[in-house]
Design a protein around this ligand. Structure first.
Ligand SMILES: *Cc1c(COP(=O)(O)O)cnc(C)c1O
Length: 456
């Protein structure tokens, strides 16, 4: 069963939690209880990635989905990856790198959004209902969400992006799929404007109900759940190779969704020695884990745009666990944050560490890895690698999470290594395809009309 971090929603089933996305009391949904897997690790360590995913997810569905059905959903979701390992682990130098970019849009978000798309499909088919997914994106989420649901009969997807403010490749990934259920909207405004529109659309309860609107952003519980799996998978692979009993992870972080899944794995008994949070120049979270102060600042544009975020939407889930799973305390802190733009917590977290990498350190790390080890890091991964190198690990192996393929960010790669060497056939192919997109003003009424006219 699931409950809200703010305490006014409880006893929600797994399927309902997935459909609800954001809790209707303004909080985020979390499981009522976390399992302790520390004594069952040996049963899990030899499973293939999809089988490990089924075992872990099954614990969290409360039998709301029969395990045979869950297995079908999971197998189907990971068929679209280009390697049977799903998240392979490589070792160009002393750090391990877990490549999370082998899905259809070449970013780690595919690991969760391929699953979420098929999960929605399953739930809708069982209940004979239809859904309209609405999302806002500054880049990677939009394409991963679109690839998760393209061509499915019982849902349409509407993705808004700020016109002219996503990279040309990101735009092409979203607008070249050609499926009738995919609708791209270029909003005349900034990313903040599009996020505000999204909120306004969901707060229009009549619209929300009439068109059965659903959300795919990173607060959806199913996304966190799917991401827990690869922390276990990486731990087992590194343990196999080195015999190490404990492993350290370093995660390039924006909205705190990816690393939060690692935190849950730690709480579930996986022997994680440290979770290193890596920020770019938008370092509100690094500041928090270093000094205990979470304070909103201005957003800077960097070479790692998917981490150009100040207020991390999953942070509230962390506050819930950090404060002894006490919703009253979370409420107090969130109110404080809305009023003052700041949260302060005393004491050190037992597992998190954090630091940041600048734009020039990011490029320097890409260049060095390419020259010395013939391995191309994407700029987000480079932030993580740079930060991981700032911590001495002794004998503990470090796994850096590679969150995107370098071919998604050719401009940064060119800047770093001085030539155009980041390619992937999936990206080269979409450069040739026709693209479809509707441009609309940043006006809620106009967007609502467009949704009404095209809804499933
Ligand atoms: C979304 C994204 C991130 C940030 O992940 P969070 O879960 O938001 O912390 C990092 N790198 C890439 C390439 C991404 O697409």
């Amino acid at each position: 069963m699931y409950l809200s971090t703010r305490g006014n929603i409880s006893d929600i089933s797994f399927q309902k939690a997935v459909l609800m996305g954001l809790a209707t009391d303004g909080g985020l949904l979390v499981p009522a209880e976390l399992p302790d897997l520390s004594s069952s690790l040996s049963e899990l360590r030899d499973l293939s990635y999809p089988d490990l995913a089924v075992r872990i997810m099954d614990i969290f569905t409360d039998k709301d989905i029969p395990v045979g059905d869950l297995q079908k959903i999971v197998y189907l979701s990971y068929e679209s990856f280009d390697t049977p390992e799903i998240t392979p682990i490589v070792k160009p130098d002393s750090l391990y790198i877990m490549e999370l970019f082998h899905g259809p849009t070449l970013a780690f978000k595919d690991v969760a959004l391929q699953f979420l798309g098929n999960l929605f499909d399953y739930i809708l088919e069982k209940s004979n209902t239809k859904l309209n997914i609405v999302g806002a994106t500054s880049g990677d989420t939009g394409s991963a969400a679109i690839y998760g649901v393209r061509g499915k009969d019982n849902m349409d997807i509407f993705i808004m992006h700020p016109e002219g403010r996503v990279s040309p490749i990101q735009k092409r990934q979203m607008t070249t799929v050609g499926d009738a259920n995919v609708h791209n909207i270029a909003v005349k405004g900034t990313f903040d404007d599009t996020q505000k529109l999204l909120k306004d659309l969901f707060n229009d309860l009549e619209l929300r109900e009439t068109y059965n609107l659903a959300a795919v952003n990173s607060v959806n519980w199913a996304r966190v759940l799917a991401q827990i799996v690869y922390y276990f998978y990486a731990y087992f692979r590194v343990h196999e190779k080195t015999g190490a009993e404990t492993v350290r992870f370093c995660v390039p972080t924006g909205n705190f969704g990816n690393i939060f899944a690692g935190y849950l794995a730690w709480r579930m008994g996986l022997q994680i020695e440290k979770l290193i949070l890596a920020s770019n120049e938008n370092d509100i979270l690094a500041d928090f884990f270093q000094h205990g102060v979470y304070k909103k600042g201005e957003v800077y544009s960097t070479y790692s745009p998917s981490m150009d975020i100040q207020v991390a939407s999953n942070f509230e889930r962390y506050l819930y666990y950090r404060n002894g799973e006490n919703p009253a305390e979370v409420n107090k802190l969130m109110q404080q944050f809305y009023q003052t733009g700041k949260i302060e917590i005393s004491g050190q977290d037992p597992v998190f560490a954090a630091d940041r990498a600048t734009n020039s350190q990011t490029l320097e790390t890409i260049r060095r890895y390419y020259q010395d080890f013939n391995y191309l890091l994407d700029p987000h991964t480079a932030v993580g690698v740079n930060v991981a190198e700032k911590f001495k690990s002794g004998d503990v192996p470090t796994v850096c999470l590679a969150t995107a393929h370098p071919a998604k960010f050719p401009e940064a790669i060119r800047q770093a290594v001085g030539k155009d060497c980041a390619h992937h056939p999936g990206i080269d192919r979409i450069l040739e395809l026709p693209s479809e997109c509707t441009t609309l003003p940043a006006d809620k009424q106009k967007i609502a009309e467009f949704i009404a006219n095209n809804a499933n």
